[in-house]
Design a protein around this ligand. Structure first.
Ligand code: ADP
Length: 336
């Protein structure tokens, strides 16, 4: 178990407590000086005040990403791969600080936060490798005097909007592939969990990912979203979050015909049949329902149990739920 004050000190000492946005490689305040509080959900304490940005800062972040696109996309795949690999290594060597930061601002138990750093960094490792394998195709032509080739090319600036439940992994899963193939990115993390995103971006700069290739703005979500939507320079939107916001982003992307990738809310029943092994069923349902305190897109939102096993399952499940420890994620006994 760790004390929150000591955890913050450790993060600060590692230079990873960033509270301003990242535009063109510079850490900047909101242009009107506004900030928003980031709270520790376990205690309600304010951890930091971060820049509360809107459309003007987003416009500048897009411009910087667009300018950098012309140099970043011209590097060889191997050069981009090396920078990504270094970013992965830095994420892993700062695993503890990143996990502490995540537990402080998001609330997940430290063990899960450490797991998320591994998981989040693995996307950067994977795409560092895949960067070198963006092959095209040669297609048999239908006319004798033609040659058909498919070239895969980076599309341009990508806008990435991410939720609070996986403050690192949802970002690396979007930014890794985009940077690997030569795109540049404007990230908008959740206002609840911007500190992990900013720390990860700091490590990206240290890894040699050039200023402007990865920008981070946060604050007024609809303003930032609208600016990303209406920009003709943003060529793709990638989003993980609610279905309602996803629909807005899809509609908003139509006018400039952006590519859109959406990972929206799930509707996930968990079904237990009469012939189920009760221990396996309880263990599986518990994980499906309570992983990340029930805040993952595939968490079970109803459990359907066949009549013959209902009583037995219900009492075993209740007992298992009662054994879950709700508390501060920095304490070792906490599971929720
Ligand atoms: P969830 O309910 O799963 O947390 P949300 O869709 O509310 O999902 O939030 C996911 C992300 O979408 C967050 O970064 C949030 O700030 C952002 N967001 C919310 N509203 C908008 C909007 N109108 N435009 C762009 N992004 C938005």
């Amino acid at each position: 178990s760790v004390d929150a004050g000591a955890a913050m000190e450790k993060i600060r000492a590692a230079g990873l407590l960033r509270t301003r946005g990242l535009i063109g490689g510079k850490w900047v305040d909101a242009y009107d000086g506004k900030t928003i509080e980031v709270q520790n959900p376990a205690t309600g304490e304010v951890l930091a005040n971060v820049a509360c940005m809107g459309n003007r800062e987003t416009a500048d972040a897009i411009t910087s990403a667009n300018t950098t696109f012309y140099t970043w996309s011209k590097l060889t795949a191997s050069e981009r791969s090396k920078a990504l690999r270094k970013w992965h290594d830095l994420l892993m060597s700062h695993k503890e600080e990143l996990a502490l930061l995540m537990t402080l601002e998001q609330g997940k138990p430290m063990k899960e936060a450490l797991g998320e750093v591994n998981y989040g960094a693995s996307f950067i490792e994977f795409f560092a490798e895949e960067a070198k394998r963006v092959y095209g195709d040669i297609i048999p032509p239908t006319l004798a005097d033609r040659r058909l080739l498919v070239l895969k090319q980076p599309i341009g600036v990508v806008g990435a909007i991410t939720p609070w439940n996986f403050p690192l992994a949802m970002i690396t899963r979007k930014v890794g592939p985009a940077l690997a193939c030569g795109c540049t990115v404007v990230v908008k993390p959740s206002e609840f969990t911007p500190l992990t995103a900013l720390a990860a971006a700091d490590l990206a700069l240290q890894a040699g990912i050039p200023a402007g290739a990865l920008n981070v703005v946060m604050g007024n979500a609809p303003e930032i979203g609208d600016e990303l939507m209406q920009s003709t320079q943003v060529r793709k939107i990638t989003f993980t979050g609610s279905t309602a916001v996803g629909k807005k982003l899809m509609a908003g992307s139509a006018n400039t015909v952006k590519k859109v990738s959406l990972e929206l809310g799930g509707n996930a029943p968990c079904i237990v049949f009469d012939d189920a092994d009760i221990d396996v069923a309880v263990k599986g349902s518990l994980a499906a329902k309570f992983r990340n305190s029930g805040q993952t897109c595939v968490c079970a939102n109803r459990i359907l149990v066949q009549e013959g096993i209902y009583e037995k399952f219900a009492s075993a499940f209740v007992k298992a739920v009662q054994s879950l420890q709700v508390g501060n994620g920095l304490e070792e006994s906490t599971s929720q």
